[in-house]
Design a protein around this ligand. Structure first.
Ligand SMILES: Nc1ncnc2c1ncn2[C@@H]1O[C@H](COP(=O)(O)OP(=O)(O)OP(=O)(O)O)[C@@H](O)[C@H]1O
Ligand SMILES: [Mg+2]
Length: 235
């Protein structure tokens, strides 16, 4: 079953310049899907267009067949999509607990179960819940950002470069956590510099270059594709 679809999306930051040109993706419920491509290809722009941070000039974003194109991010979040940005994704002067609570700001119900689940997934966040997020390591900060996004119990999680800048030991633990989150039924759309690792756990991948769809295939097929390896996976 398709849970999220982008159809013919054209988007940009100014009226004159388009960054995405008629881009399309189709994501099945429960899958992990990778978006790969060179720097500046438009990967982050694609995620921002799904989450309503950029209003597409053309095309549609469908969530469970519901048209969410151009809705505000808080409305899209209410519809079941959470987003972890590439940069500045925690509030450094707030504690871990406060950061997680911020993630639940649009919830009117009791979110204590969600908080407990997140502490179970990331035990270090529980140990350090009263520490300021700005005092954490890069890997722990990324866990706070992911935990905050999970506070809304999303159906679809958008992750922009979750392993960027992390030491190798943290890279593998972040990937492990992403697998665990996915195993609870959350559909994941991920952009990663570490594209090989991301494709290994992805059922499907999309290659984007200069704001256009270049190719898409099963994750393992992209990994086995010699040209994809040479051009987009660093040989
Ligand atoms: N806020 C912005 N305002 C104007 N142009 C932007 C903005 N953010 C990105 N761009 C431009 O849009 C294009 C695509 O950028 P985007 O950040 O989507 O690429 P990316 O594939 O995520 O790259 P990277 O791998 O470096 O993160 C680039 O030319 C970039 O300069
Ligand atoms: Mg980016």
């Amino acid at each position: 079953m398709i849970i999220l679809e982008m159809k013919n999306i054209t988007a940009g930051y100014t009226p004159e310049v388009d960054i995405l040109h008629k881009v399309g993706i189709s994501v099945n419920k429960g899958d992990i899907v990778s978006i790969i491509g060179p720097n500046g290809a438009g990967k982050s722009t694609l995620l921002k267009s799904i989450f309503g941070l950029l209003k597409p000039k053309e095309g549609k974003v469908l969530l469970r067949d519901k048209d969410i194109t151009g809705l505000k991010p808080n409305r899209i979040a209410q519809n079941g999509v959470s987003y972890v940005p590439q940069v500045n994704n925690v509030f450094p002067s707030l504690t871990i607990l406060e950061n997680l609570e911020m993630g639940a700001f649009i919830r009117k119900d009791d979110y204590s179960k969600q908080m407990a689940d997140i502490f179970e997934l990331f035990p270090v966040l529980k140990e350090r819940k009263d520490d300021k997020a700005g005092h954490l390591s890069g890997g722990q900060r990324q866990m706070v950002a992911m935990g905050r996004a999970l506070m809304l119990n999303p159906e679809v999680l958008l992750l922009d470069e979750p392993s960027a800048g992390l030491a190798p030991i943290f890279v593998s633990s972040i990937f492990e956590k992403i697998r665990e989150i996915n195993a609870t039924g959350v559909t994941i759309i991920i952009v990663e510099q570490n594209a090989r690792e991301a494709l290994k756990m992805s059922s499907h991948g999309y290659v984007l270059a200069m704001g256009k769809n270049v190719l898409d295939d099963e994750g393992k097929a992209l990994l086995a594709n010699e040209e994809v390896g040479r051009l987009y996976l660093g040989g």
